[in-house]
Design a binder for this molecule. Structure first.
Ligand SMILES: [Zn+2]
Ligand SMILES: [Zn+2]
Length: 258
């Protein structure tokens, strides 16, 4: 029996796929990548993610404004995203979050936009796709401030914090997706990968970025997810079959509409 995997974070709405989306999706099907969350990062790409998801059954969409572009945020942004949420193919809000590494937008503005996305997600009862870089203590603070035991799922994609930050986010019931970096020779986060509870573990590609070894440096696409899956299974000391089962189950739990 061939294994299946789900890509919890890809940007097939990126220009990089403008020419050959059909071919990429055919390769995904062949590779057992059965479901893909196509992540919006601004208004235009959110609409595109949704259009692609309506056309292709393996895809679902998220709608949000990336922290890089938080300077463009206004209450109108939320009204617009809210209007897209009525579509059944929209399965999450985001990506949103905090990025103090690039700081393309002022931190205060990022925080304002992030909090508004969190509120919208509660209102429409959809999970939140969270991007965070070099801002994990602020992320923990923000999530703690809005914490309610029955909050919608919070999915931290491409986790890059330390062990303490991971533990704090686990306390806040977060899900974590692991991407192609685990396949790099210099990857040093094995302990962190093992520390993620099995019931909170997801896989991602972040296509077209971060292609796994041996495709590093080239365009990433969801059909390459299996390299990451193999690396994660090896690090956690489990069979690939078990990883497939665990991560598919988690994916289905939080992105139930896909
Ligand atoms: Zn991101
Ligand atoms: Zn992303």
């Amino acid at each position: 029996m061939s294994l299946t995997f789900c890509d919890s974070h890809a940007h097939l709405n990126d220009e990089a796929f403008a020419e050959d989306l059909e071919g990429v999706l055919a390769a995904c099907e062949k590779a057992g990548i059965v479901r893909i969350v196509n992540v919006g990062f601004d208004e235009r790409s959110s609409v595109k993610a949704l259009e692609q998801a309506v056309q292709h059954s393996a895809l679902a969409a998220t709608v949000g404004l990336h922290p890089h572009d938080a300077s463009d945020f206004s209450p109108r942004t939320i009204d617009f995203l809210d209007s897209l949420c009525a579509e059944p193919k929209v399965v999450a809000i985001g990506e949103t979050g905090l990025d103090s590494y690039y700081v393309h937008s002022p931190v205060e503005k990022q925080k304002e936009a992030f909090e508004a996305h969190l509120e919208l997600a509660e209102r429409v009862q959809l999970p939140v796709v969270i991007h965070c870089r070099d801002a994990y203590s602020e992320l923990v603070e923000t999530l703690q401030a809005g914490y309610q035991p029955d909050h919608v799922p919070w999915h931290v994609h491409c986790f890059s914090g330390n062990a303490r930050e991971l533990a704090e986010l686990i306390e806040l019931d977060c899900y974590f997706s692991v991407g192609g970096m685990v396949t790099f020779k210099k990857f040093g986060g094995q302990e962190l990968i093992r520390a993620i509870p099995a019931e909170r573990l997801l896989l991602e590609t972040d296509s077209p970025y971060l292609a796994p070894h041996p495709r590093r440096g080239r365009r990433n696409d969801p059909s390459l997810l299996v390299y990451t899956a193999e690396a994660v299974a090896a690090i956690r000391g489990i069979e690939l079959e078990e990883l497939s089962r665990i991560t598919d189950e988690n994916f289905n739990r939080i992105f139930s509409q896909v």
